[in-house]
Design a protein around this ligand. Structure first.
Ligand code: WT7
Length: 630
């Protein structure tokens, strides 16, 4: 795994220390002390966090670790939606703003906690009316509108397992996720709106549900006027809620009941259905929203991710709402109506905590500082980053131009599988550009060699987590072997799949994926998924896909394609292949370059050596090629 990996660190990195007031006023004021306290009594640490929330019945045991399976808060009963909504409504936050949504043409919608709870309860009653029961799977394929969040919370309320699919995925990707999770209901919208254009989501759903026998009903949020016609087994989102009571008793969930499934790319063509459970996930996302983001009642919090990703699940919906935050969301993109769109929203909404991705930051850098400079960003208190390494240049720019040399940057490392933040530099601690930081209290992480021995400071290796944590995935849906692989690759540890370097002060620099995953604009794309989409085109015999460094997107996708006999390379065929990948996987997985080739480098056993293709493409030494066939 670490073959082409030999990093020696030159530690002359700058360090930035925020105003001591940050530390003084933070929910967690002393990282070292809190970490030591956690290490001395991990269960006690998590128990204290859990006790800040509402439980229907308390736990018998905080943690039940039976390697590689963990249970957290055994026999405890709870409901997450009750913690995200009722807890605040009952504790004088009832008229606090929970959600602000901004759409195109200045449209704005605001939900107080009380109003959000009523909507969630009514939609939950609607789901019950169409036969959704505890444990049933509901697929949510929607744009970033309040109804998406209402649908998620309504599932949580009645104990239905949601499977949210990002609205940028194509019909085949959606179909696979509906079938694998055996969704009973699909909730969608007629359209999503991107840069002034309507994208026909419903048409994609129509295609995706053709061979999905488990799907009984499709619920459609109709945004267009006049509304689109509905087919048999299709219901309107608001008609489903109409006339139903705005209260709904939260389902009593066991801490270990499945909460949701979220698919993430794996190193095979088949995405993994990551399964999270109710109790641990709630505690993990609540804890990190409060103590890592340091969310206070007066904050207006904006995470620019889509709810269809884990970042949106944990840090738009469940964590911030469990904390009682005011959450801002928007369907607007950073370049629409112009390159100042995000900065104008920060000024207008007085955003105080802003969480985005390195790919967005690098795009902002490209568009120039004159855009953010037009706006008043003084409401910002904390700025965050997630999804891929925040390179030092991007860090410096973000810190200076957006944070005005004042706001701490939280570069948070975590994964769909971890459910919650794992490594970052806590508010008030010195920040080192290029380094995400240290494991947060609650997490034991390290950089090790392939035998699990910690590397010496200044060296690189594999990033691992050494003990279970509450929000960890419990299994890969219908494929527990893939789950076990995470824990069995290195004995006794959770192998993350990332390469990292340990600094001499314990700070960790994340280098990127060690396997066949390409992170493009913060999205995990499996090389195998793109390859199989290409091969499903009638003209393609074989395909290999690699990631190439890209100054803005982090990586771009390059495909090498061998055509079937009788097909000639042409610009038109290239366009056709791109169109095909777009239709099957969605626009996010479209190659940026396609080369037609006669041969691909393979091992004797027939495995494509992407490493060799990549070395050739980027002009470096491919390293050991002894397994390459003649
Ligand atoms: C992979 C997980 C967790 C939400 C977004 C992505 C990379 C994530 C960082 C960071 C360097 C990062 C890793 C990780 N990654 N955050 N702060 N610094 N790399 O979730 O799609 O499950 O991807 O994203 O490679 O393993 P995901």
């Amino acid at each position: 795994m670490t073959e082409d990996f030999n990093v020696k660190l030159v530690e002359d990195v700058k360090s930035y220390t925020p105003d001591p007031l940050y530390r003084k006023n933070a929910w967690m004021a002393d990282y070292e002390k809190t970490y030591a306290k956690f290490l001395a009594d991990p269960d006690g640490f998590w128990e204290r966090m859990a006790k800040e929330l509402d439980w229907i019945r308390p736990w018998d045991k905080v943690r039940d670790w039976n390697y590689p399976y963990a249970k957290w808060f055994t026999n405890a009963k709870l409901n997450i939606s009750a913690n995200c909504l009722d807890r605040h409504v009952n504790n004088s936050r009832l008229n606090k703003v929970a959600l602000i949504w901004k759409g195109e043409a200045g449209r704005e919608r605001i939900f107080t906690y009380q109003k959000l709870l009523s909507q969630v309860a009514r939609f939950a009653n609607g789901l019950k009316k169409i036969g959704v029961k505890k444990g049933d799977c509901v697929c949510i394929y929607m744009p970033l509108v309040p109804e998406q969040i209402i649908a998620m919370l309504a599932c949580a309320r009645i104990g239905a397992v949601h499977n949210v699919v990002f609205g940028g995925f194509g019909a085949q990707a959606l179909n696979m996720r509906i079938r694998d999770a055996e969704a009973k209901v699909v909730i969608t919208a007629d359209i999503s709106i991107r840069r002034g254009k309507a994208i026909q989501l419903k048409a994609i759903v129509d295609e995706a549900v053709l061979n999905t026998p488990t799907v009984e009903t499709v619920v459609v949020l109709r945004r267009r006027d006049p509304p689109v016609d509905l087919h048999e087994n299709e219901l309107d989102f608001y008609e489903l809620m109409a006339g139903l009571p705005d209260t709904c008793t939260p389902e009593v969930m066991d801490a270990e009941d499945p909460f949701f499934i979220l698919y993430t790319s794996g190193s095979t063509g088949k995405p993994k259905g990551i399964v999270h459970t109710c109790g641990g996930y709630m505690v993990g996302t609540y804890y990190t929203s409060k103590y890592i983001f340091d969310i206070k009642d007066k904050d207006t919090y904006w995470c620019t991710a889509d709810t269809g990703w884990i970042t949106g699940h944990s840090y738009i919906v469940y964590g911030p709402l469990a904390v009682g935050a005011t959450v801002f969301i928007t369907e607007l993109t950073p370049d629409f109506p112009d390159a100042g769109s995000y900065w104008s929203l920060i000024e207008e909404q007085k955003i105080s905590i802003f969480y985005t991705a390195p790919t967005a930051i690098r795009m902002f850098m490209k568009m120039g500082e004159s855009w953010p400079d037009k706006y008043d960003l003084s409401s910002l208190r904390i700025i965050g980053s997630v999804g891929e390494p925040l390179n030092p240049e991007a860090f410096e720019w973000y810190y200076r131009v957006i944070g005005k040399n004042r706001c701490p940057i939280l570069d948070t490392w975590w994964q769909t599988e971890t459910g919650m933040h794992m490594i970052t530099t806590m508010i008030g601690e010195p920040m080192r550009p290029g380094f995400a930081g240290k494991p947060i209290p609650g997490i034991e992480a390290d950089v090790v060699d392939k035998d699990g021995r910690p590397v010496k400071p200044g060296n690189g290796g594999l990033l691992v987590v050494k003990s279970p944590w509450p929000a960890m995935m419990r299994t890969v849906y219908k494929d527990d072997e893939r789950y076990r692989k995470y824990w069995y690759t290195i004995d006794g540890m959770y192998a993350v799949g990332d390469l990292a370097v340990k600094g001499k002060d314990g700070y960790i620099m994340i280098l990127g994926r060690a396997d066949d995953i390409i992170i493009v604009a913060g999205h995990n794309i499996g090389t195998a998924e793109v390859e199989s989409a290409l091969v499903s085109h009638h003209a393609v015999a074989e395909a290999a896909v690699i990631g190439k460094p890209d100054p803005v997107k982090g990586n771009s996708i390059k495909a090498f394609v061998i055509l079937r006999v009788g097909n000639q390379p042409s610009e038109r065929l290239k366009q056709d292949l791109l169109h095909h990948v777009r239709n099957t996987l969605g626009p996010i997985a479209m190659p940026h370059e396609i080369d037609f080739v006669d041969k691909l480098p393979k091992t004797r056993s027939g495995k494509i050596m992407r490493r060799v293709l990549k070395a050739k493409e980027l002009g470096y030494d491919p390293g050991d090629v002894s397994t390459l066939e003649e």
